[in-house]
Every structure is written in C-alpha cells, then in structure tokens.
Design a protein. Structure first.
Length: 268
C-alpha cells in the first residue's frame, strides 16, 4: 500500500486506479477513501484516479494533535500528489472534501487542472448553515438513531429502502469511518466547522463546476450559488431531488456531466 509523508511526518494512505490524466477524489468529513467506492470505477475508466484516507481515517496515521484543518488537509493532498509523482491533477471534492479542494485550488493553482466542488460550503459567517433539526438529529445519544438520521440526510427514503431490499445489511460508505477514534472524529468536526474560504474563493483560477442536490439539508443547497458568485466563471449543476450523497444515489445524472466537464481540456 502506498503511503505519503505529510509535513508533520504523518503517514497518508492512498490508492490509484485506471489510466489517463490524473484526478484526485476527496472524501467528506470523518470518511476514508471508501466514500468513493460506488462511483470510483466510473472515473477510473477515464482518468488515473487517486483516492486517499484523510489523517485520522482509514490506513492513514491518526495523530491526536492540532493538525486537523481544511487548509491542512489540502497540504496533505499535496503531499500525496508529490509522493505519486503528479505535478498537476483535476480535483473533485465533495462535502468537507469540497472545502479542502477550495484551499487546494486557491493556494496552489499550479497544481489543479479542472475543479469540481460537490455538496459543499464556503464556510464562515457567509455560509448557510444546516438547520437546528439537523443538529438535534446528529447529537442524539442513541448511535442507531444517529445512523438512521444520517441515512435520511444522505439518501432519499425510497432509494435507501430499495438498496436495503436488494442487499440486506449493505454498507453505506458515507456514514463515517467506524474505526476512527473519538478524538479524531472531534478534530474532523472542528476542522470542518472552522472552514472559511470566502475570501480565498476569489483566487481560484481553475475552471470550476459546482454540483449540489436540490434537496440537501445536511449542507444546504443555498451554498452552491454563494460559491458560484465568488469563484470566477464557475458553472453550477443542480441535481433535482438529490440529497447530500447525490454523487452515489444520482450517479447516472451527476457523473456524466462531471466527466464531460473534466475532459473538456487537457492538462497543460
């Protein structure tokens, strides 16, 4: 298994699939590379596709130190790219992965080709926050109740029921890495909550596509136009009826235009 070394010495686990121009897929908060399992092959059919485990998750180191932030996660991605010998890559980040991708594109424009920001937020005081009912569902004492709430925020009830009928007990990869220690979960949550790239968004030079489900309350859809107004010449794709995990449930709607966007111009 390949491991890169972060600036602070943390080992960062990553995997590569497919061939073609490089594409980095960045997962959401408290999740590892399995976040992308349902759709990774669709991208690997066209690109050399790199997925990684954030620090604190999967096969990466889990330091209990103050090294967790969205700009810090972006530097971790750079360390992985360096180790893989990739000078420039397309980047697709969803949820907290989209927050990380914002810093990657703003602070390191020479490393990013085309950029896709999915179901994400600019963070800070300008962002549209999730409602109190979402927070209340997430802080319940019963872990099974929290899991059920997360599933509802991620997927439509009909699709979720269909999946569970077809594959009883199937694993949903967007609910968090179950092996994470509690301190790492807290550090991920704090990193995401402290994200504020409002000013940085105007520095993004990469051609950018913003994707969001119209029924996302976990990260409200109203954040999509906020980002689009800040990133020069950004385009927006709204996926009708989709919740937070639009990229999985609505892959047949969302993935083709993302692939088309990524393929529009070769990397310089």
């Amino acid at each position: 298994m390949p491991f890169a070394e972060a600036a602070d010495g943390a080992a960062l686990h990553y995997l590569m699939y497919g061939s073609g121009e490089p594409l980095v897929l960045i997962a959401g908060q408290s999740n590892d590379h399995h976040w992308w399992d349902p759709v990774r092959a669709d991208f690997a059919a066209h690109f050399t596709t790199l997925v990684l485990d954030h620090r604190g998750t999967g096969g990466s180191d889990r330091p209990d130190t103050d090294t967790y932030s969205t700009p810090g996660f972006a530097r971790d991605v750079l360390a992985v790219l360096d180790h893989a010998g990739i000078d420039r890559a397309h980047v697709y980040g969803t949820s907290m992965g989209g927050r990380i991708a914002q810093w990657l594109a703003a602070d390191h424009p020479d490393r990013v080709g085309r950029l896709v920001l999915g179901c994400t937020s600019p963070g800070g005081p300008h962002a549209v926050e999730r409602g109190p009912e979402v927070w209340e569902a997430l802080i319940q004492a019963d872990p099974d109740a929290v899991r059920r709430a997360l599933l509802t925020f991620m997927y439509t009830p009909g699709w979720q029921a269909e999946q569970e009928r077809a594959r009883p007990g199937r694993e949903f990869h967007t609910l968090g890495d179950a092996t994470m220690p509690a301190y790492a979960r807290r550090r991920h949550l704090r990193a995401s909550a402290r994200h504020d790239a409002w000013d940085a968004l105007t520095r993004i030079k990469a051609p950018t596509l913003i994707v969001h489900g119209t029924d996302d309350v976990f990260n409200p859809t109203a954040n999509a136009p906020l980002i689009a107004a800040r990133v020069p010449d950004a385009r927006t794709l709204l996926v009708p009826g989709a919740r937070h995990a639009y990229f999985e449930e609505f892959a047949d709607v969302a993935t083709p235009p993302v692939l088309e966007f990524l393929a529009q111009a070769p990397l310089p």
